[in-house]
Design a protein around this ligand. Structure first.
Ligand SMILES: CCOC(=O)Nc1nc2cc3nc(NC)[nH]c3cc2c(=O)[nH]1
Ligand SMILES: [Zn+2]
Length: 370
């Protein structure tokens, strides 16, 4: 059973503590680095630990296609396979099937799709998604849902949401792994009444945590925030709240302010590989020629491995030379930035000073008192 306690509140923001059934503690609000193919790209598990990561994401869709869930189970499960002994949340693959797979057909029974790797045909039912996550042995499994694109008509959103609820029922009844919690995913696109109807139906079924799906799928920022503003307070107080696929540093701050506990996003790791680096005053693109002779670190005062040792000039050189070390050093910095941001947010919520911390956060980003 997944334990969760809110230990402090500051407005709608919550400071909480998750303890997985295996006994791993996750301080919330938390950012979960994405480890799509059983690795957070370019980093070792020891480096992830030293960055302070407590929980990472694994992608069911990818691991099902390669190397296969049965193979990972035969080798002792995902934690042992990738030597990561803290917490793992696996997504159900719903989003990947909708965003990655070639040709797909959604039926009541499940989703038919072709692998983006070799074009082979597959059919995933909600029960299959839960079986895959059981074999992987993650600490938190996600229901198989239908991620609704943006924009859609209200009828489409309602039809899709009702299917997600029927699938959630089937997921709840599926056999799950020992010590594995299951989260439901709230759908309903941008329609507040559909979102609330979905949440009520999911609470009827009963889950250990509740995720907000189909956001950060191309909708305007203010639309995402208004959906959250209305929905977040309705999510069960005493259960973890997870906003999927979000987001930029500003999104994390606003998500916490609206009562979200858990976040995942490929941004820090993907941007690192594209040379886009996060700093307190905004992003910098390391390949920019203005850094050619810059002996400063990415960000003065950043305590990450990269900033303690290397100059912007060196990082630009590595990036232009497509040296593998570029991806590692950029990723170490960006993940450090995200994980440190969440640690600062946790301290501010705990101290009851989140609003003043938030004001400083924005001042620094608008080139204020840096
Ligand atoms: C992480 C759990 O994912 C699932 O099992 N289904 C799911 N995943 C999503 C991932 C998303 N990423 C973004 N933006 C980058 N939006 C997302 C929505 C979903 C979703 O509705 N449903
Ligand atoms: Zn740094």
């Amino acid at each position: 059973m997944l334990e969760f306690r809110v230990v402090a509140r500051d407005g709608r923001a919550r400071r909480g503590r998750l303890v997985t059934a295996r006994g791993v503690t996750v301080e919330t609000p938390v950012f979960m680095p994405v480890g799509t193919q059983a690795t957070v790209k370019s980093l070792s598990p020891d480096e992830l630990e030293s960055l302070g990561a407590s929980i990472i994401l694994g992608n069911t869709y990818h691991l099902y296609l390669r190397p296969g869930a049965e193979r990972v189970a035969r080798l002792g499960g995902l934690h042992r396979f990738m030597a990561w002994h803290r917490a793992i949340l696996t997504d159900s693959g719903g989003f990947q099937v909708f965003s990655l797979a070639r040709t797909r057909a959604v039926e009541e029974e499940g989703v038919r799709f072709q692998s983006h790797i070799d074009g082979s045909s597959h059919f995933i039912r909600p029960e299959t998604a839960m079986e895959i996550q059981r074999l992987l042995g993650s600490d938190i499994a996600m229901c198989f849902d239908e991620c609704t694109p943006y924009p859609v008509t209200r009828d489409y959103a309602e039809e899709s949401m009702r299917r997600t609820v029927r699938w959630a029922e089937r997921c709840r009844r599926s056999r799950t792994g020992d010590h594995q919690a299951v989260f439901g995913i709230v759908q309903g696109s941008v329609f507040a009444d559909l979102r609330k109807a979905c949440l009520e139906a999911l609470q009827e079924i009963g889950f250990e945590g509740y995720a907000v799906g189909s956001l950060s799928v191309g909708e305007p920022k203010e639309t995402m925030l208004s959906v959250l503003e209305e929905l977040a307070p309705c999510l069960p107080e005493e259960r973890p709240r997870y906003l999927m696929g979000v987001g930029t540093p500003e999104d994390l701050v606003e998500g916490v302010r609206l009562g979200i506990d858990m976040f995942d996003c490929v941004m820090p790791t993907r941007n690192a590989r594209n040379g886009a680096l996060f700093t307190s005053s905004g992003n910098l693109q390391i390949k920019n020629s203005r850094f050619a002779d810059d002996s400063e670190p990415i960000e003065r005062g950043c305590t990450c491995y990269t900033c303690r040792r290397f100059s912007r000039a060196y990082l630009r050189h590595l990036f232009l030379a497509r040296e593998l070390l570029a991806y590692r050093l950029n990723t170490l910095h960006n993940l450090h930035y995200y994980l440190k941001l969440m640690a600062d947010i946790r301290n501010a919520v705990e101290a009851g000073s989140f609003e003043s911390w938030r004001k400083d956060f924005y001042e620094r980003r608008s080139g204020g008192s840096s």
